[in-house]
Each structure stands twice: as structure tokens, then as C-alpha cells.
Ligand binder design. Structure first.
Ligand SMILES: C[S@@+](CC[C@H](N)C(=O)[O-])C[C@H]1O[C@@H](n2cnc3c(N)ncnc32)[C@H](O)[C@@H]1O
Length: 461
């Protein structure tokens, strides 16, 4: 059995710690060696490994072990209606603003980043349905919860909670929105259906990204997550959040982290017990963009430690160039289409994509991008047609199969979804983990395999 003392004396422990901080962004562990060692020792015992060098090797070669370690390292403290003042601000200020702003498109996209086991996005679903349901009849509402911890995500999808998760919830809401199952409470299907969950690492998966469905939100809520990150990491994340909002969209951070200086590129709205940040293009004071760089190099010198998921950082420069993008030209590069889509300018993106297609109709890529855009615009039929066309043009193109799988999964065509996911796995069969997936931006074969595996588990292999 490995003890904390063994680990603290192990010459490779600093390297292991640096890898953990690098992968998760959790600089919180920089001065918590004993806490970290306790968690790592437990995982090492589980893997029957008694030294850091061997465990490091395991982490670098095995995404599943990294996920298991991350599951133990992350702190998932959360509950329904946490910090009520922020939900009051959503009700009184943010939602009425968006209801008016999106009255013609009748769409609402919300992202709960670092959602843990799900109470935050489900609270939003409850608030929306109960208090805005009548006004929002016929609206297309999507609430996306993301997290780095796969175990939390599985529990979020399950939607069952202990009494303790309701410590700030009015009794009538618990009674009306949940069903008792033994000693637990299960969220009712009408609220569950409004929320979807997916893996996303804020510090390693770049965003905005239409490929990951992380773009063009009206509201981003990211509370009690970046408190564990270094200031440099947060500085680099802020512009990514900003670019993932539509113009006029709102960012809600935790009440304990309103370092307004970091959010100076937003319009700040102070309300009782909450500070809100709104993206307002053209009106916010011009400030130089914060440093856009990966988190600081935390790895100690010595043999390079390859991160287990060679995702790139990370925090890429926001798609600022696209702001100046003119309407479609005849030789519309797909990067411009993508940049417009990342900003949620769906009509412009679709026009640009159609222009790209006129010169390149036999290329699967514009058809695939077109499908992603149409999906966001709510045109399901055209989305499916575009995905199938992309596949027809090149059966080896992996991402159209993957997105068709997701599409069919949502449509509850489970057998067909399984076939699409199997196609993805077959196409990836001989690809090394670190091979980048065509049109996947920073997505690699290993990550896609893992994600598809997760979806297949969800729908039953
Ligand atoms: C304390 S919980 C906050 C939950 C919820 N937002 C709330 O305030 O009730 C922090 C969450 O951030 C997640 N997290 C930590 N690092 C992350 C990263 N790099 N990317 C995405 N999520 C991360 C953790 O897994 C955990 O679920």
C-alpha cells in the first residue's frame, strides 16, 4: 500500500502534480501536496502501482485512468437554487432581456460550464418552465451542462438526488418538479428533457467550437469552477467565454469570484447579491485582449510528460477576425464559415457555406458544416440531408457519421444511431490516438473514440 509519505518523497511526484494541474487547470493543488498525494495514492493502489514514474506512464497512455483520477480530484459541491440572488437576477434581468431580444428567432441557448452532477442546469430548466413557460410556448430551448468529470456527468444524466441537494430549494418546488424514488428525488421528465450533458474540459478543449456545440449561447453560467484555476488560466478563458456568447448574451460567474477587472471587456450590471456580465459588441470599452496563451508551463524539467489527451489547449484566440468578415464572397474559405457559426451568426454562416458550396459541391466538408449550422437553426430535415450527403461524398469522413449518430440518438432512432457510431469506430480503428480528426479542429482519434464509446454505453451497445 502506497502511503502519502512515500509519494511526497517520490522524485516523480512533482512531475505527476504538474501533469494533473496541466490537464485540469486546477492550480488549486499547487500548494496542496498532501491532499493530492492522498488521492493519487488511492488510485495507485487501485491500479496496483507503487511508484509515481509507473503511474505517470499509465496516466499518459490511458485516458480512462486519467478520467478516474480527475473524478477523484474535482470538487463537485453543488445544489439546486444555489445562491438564490443569481437566479433572481436571471429571472428579473437576463431572461426578460433575452425574451425580447430573441422574440423573432424564438431560440434560447444556455451553457452551464462545470455543471458537476447537474443541479445548476436543472434549476435553470425549472425556472424557465415554471416562470416563463407560457411566454415561451413554441420556443426552442436548449440547456447544455458540461464538465470534466465523467462520473458527475453520468449522475447528472441520471437526475436523481439526495435530500441534501435541496437545502436551498423551496419545498413546493421539490414536490412539484421531482418524484420520490426511495430516499432520493428524481427530476421529472419534462425538465430533464430540456437539458443535455457532455464532456468538456474548459482548459484543454478550445471554444467557441461549433463542432463541439459550444458556441453562440445567450447565457453562460460558470459558477464555482474557475476559483480552482490560476489567474492566468482565467484571464485566457474570459475572451473564450465572451466569444461563445451571442452579441447581447450574458455571463454569470460565481458570487465569490466577481473580479470585475478580469471582465472589463463586458458590460457589468450590478444587482443585489449578483454581478452580471453582458457581451455588448461595439459599446464596451476598448481594451487590449488579455493574453491568449496556454496556461503557464507547469511541468518541471526532465523527460517530457505527454498529456494523456493530446488535445490542444486550449484557449485559442477568439474568432475575432470573423467580426470583420464581409458577407460571403465567391471563394468563401471554410474557416470563415466556421468563424461566423462560432459566433452564432447562423444566417451569415449558412450564406457563406452555400457560397463555398457553389465552387466545391463535391467536397464533403462544406456539406458537413452546413449540417451543423442547419442543426443550430432548428432545420432537422435539412440537417440530416446535409449529413447524409457529406457521407455519400466520402464514406471515410468520420465526423459526418458521428454527428449523424448524435442526430439519430436525439431522434430516438437508436438502432440507426448505433450503426453510425459503429461506423465511426470502424473508421478510427487503425488510427493512433493522437491523430487529428479531419474538420475536428483540435479533436483527435483517441478522444473521439472515447466519446463515441460513452454514447454507445448510454444508448446500450
Ligand atoms: C464546485 S463544482 C460547481 C458546480 C456548479 N457550477 C455549482 O456552482 O453549483 C465545480 C465543477 O467544475 C468542474 N471542473 C473542474 N475543472 C474543470 C475543467 N477544467 N473543465 C470543466 N469542468 C471543470 C468540476 O468537475 C466540478 O464539477
Amino acid at each position: 500500500m502506497t502511503t502519502v509519505a512515500d509519494l511526497l518523497a517520490d522524485p516523480y511526484f512533482p512531475r505527476l502534480k504538474a501533469l494533473v494541474i496541466d490537464v485540469t487547470g486546477m492550480a488549486f493543488y499547487a500548494d496542496k501536496d498532501a491532499d493530492l498525494a492522498l488521492i493519487v495514492a488511492d488510485r495507485m493502489d487501485h491500479c496496483v502501482i507503487d511508484n509515481c514514474a509507473t503511474y505517470l506512464e499509465r496516466l499518459q497512455g490511458d485516458g480512462e485512468e486519467m478520467d478516474s483520477l480527475v473524478a477523484e480530484l474535482t470538487i463537485g459541491e453543488t445544489y439546486f437554487f444555489r445562491h438564490k440572488e443569481q437566479f433572481d437576477a436571471l429571472r428579473e434581468i437576463i431572461l426578460p432581456d433575452i425574451l425580447a431580444r430573441n422574440a423573432s428567432s424564438r431560440r434560447l441557448r444556455i451553457w452551464s460550464a462545470g455543471c458537476a452532477t447537474g443541479p445548476e442546469p436543472y434549476t435553470l430548466a425549472i425556472l424557465l418552465k415554471r416562470e416563463f413557460g407560457a411566454q415561451m410556448l413554441g420556443w426552442h430551448v436548449s440547456i447544455l451542462g458540461t464538465d470534466i468529470n465523467q462520473k458527475f456527468l453520468a449522475r447528472a444524466r441520471d437526475g436523481r438526488y439526495d435530500q441534501w441537494a435541496f437545502r436551498a430549494t423551496p419545498e413546493n418546488i421539490r414536490q412539484e418538479c421531482f418524484v420520490a424514488v426511495g430516499k432520493q428525488w428524481q427530476i421529472k421528465p419534462e425538465y430533464k428533457a430540456m437539458v443535455s450533458f457532455q464532456y468538456h474540459n474548459l482548459t484543454r478543449n478550445r471554444f467557441p467550437s461549433i463542432t463541439d456545440n459550444i458556441a453562440a449561447f445567450d447565457i453562460i453560467i460558470c459558477r464555482n469552477v474557475v476559483i480552482y484555476f490560476s489567474r492566468e488560466t482565467v484571464e485566457a478563458l474570459v475572451p473564450c467565454f465572451r466569444e461563445s456568447l451571442t452579441n447581447g448574451g450574458w455571463l454569470v460567474m460565481g458570487h465569490a469570484e466577481p473580479n470585475m477587472e478580469l471582465f472589463r471587456s463586458f458590460r457589468t450590471v450590478n444587482c443585489p447579491g449578483a454581478v452580471l456580465y453582458q457581451r455588448v459588441d461595439g459599446e464596451a470599452p476598448e481594451t487590449p485582449p488579455p493574453a491568449l496563451r496556454p496556461p503557464p508551463p507547469l511541468r518541471p524539467p526532465g523527460p517530457a510528460a505527454r498529456p494523456p489527451k493530446p488535445s490542444k489547449p486550449v484557449l485559442r484566440p477568439p474568432a475575432a477576425a470573423a467580426k470583420a468578415t464581409p458577407a460571403a464572397t465567391t471563394s468563401q474559405p471554410l474557416s470563415e464559415v466556421r468563424a461566423l457559426a462560432d459566433q452564432g451568426k447562423w444566417d451569415d454562416a449558412l450564406r457563406a457555406c452555400d457560397t463555398a458550396l457553389t465552387g466545391d459541391a463535391l467536397n464533403w466538408r462544406p456539406h458537413y458544416l452546413r449540417a451543423l449550422i442547419l442543426d443550430q437553426m432548428g432545420d432537422k430535415e435539412a440537417c440530416e440531408t446535409a449529413l447524409r450527403r457529406a457521407i455519400y461524398l466520402d464514406r471515410r469522413a468520420v465526423l459526418p457519421h458521428y454527428h449523424l449518430g448524435l442526430f439519430l440518438q436525439r431522434a430516438e432512432e437508436i438502432e440507426a444511431a448505433r450503426r453510425s457510431f459503429r461506423n465511426v469506430l470502424t473508421l478510427l480503428e487503425h488510427q493512433a490516438d493522437e491523430t487529428l480528426v479531419d474538420e475536428g479542429e483540435d479533436l483527435n482519434a483517441g478522444q473521439l473514440r472515447e466519446t463515441v464509446g460513452m454514447h454507445m454505453k448510454l444508448i446500450g451497445m
